[in-house]
Design a protein around this ligand. Sequence first.
Ligand code: ATP
Length: 207
Amino acid sequence: MRIGITGGIASGKSTVARLLAERGALVFSADEAARAVVAPGSDALAKVVELLGSSVVQADGALDRAETGRIVFADDRKRRGLERIVHPAVLKLLKAQVEAAEVDLRGSWLVAVEAPLLYEAGMKSWFDAVIVVTCSAREQVNRLMTRNGLSAPEAARRVVAQMPLDQKAAMADFVVANDGSEADLAVAVNNLWKGLLALNAGSTNQA
Ligand code: ATP
């Protein structure tokens, strides 16, 4: 079975993906794919430099993600331009990764793709089920300030630039609420795992 994991910025998507991987899911990440497609020397990186300027390239030739973030989160036109370069390449790579994993399942029944922009990028139809990881906007801001060292206004700008989380939750097959502790999240993921097993058993019975 193939599932997507999405949510808001810093809502806990990667943590949920890690907990599912610990339980045996094969997990792929759109963020990792996005890093791979702009590797030094890639066509996508050359296009990004054309759009945003050479300040986004580090001395080692890699994309400076912090600088890129600073530029595009302050300029919607540039953010959309960056997305037009990176998204098609990411989708192509992820599709290839998932299809290869499904040929070679390595004993797993679950392939999961963590994709922050799953709905925005039109990926919903790829999946048997979509999991949306939510938390309050206040918690998103707190986590961004702690993890990324952003100021409160910078963090808030990134949160409000996204599709509202309740809109994503309304489209989800499973919602994982992540407003509590990490221990609470582990319990929620155990329940999710049971729900996914049941869904998988149902689809196997119907087949
Ligand atoms: P991004 O959108 O930036 O990729 P994400 O949605 O993948 O983020 P995570 O990286 O899983 O979110 O979590 C964001 C931060 O909040 C991390 O530093 C993580 O350790 C922390 N975190 C996540 N869930 C909890 C929780 N329930 N309690 C405390 N800290 C948490």
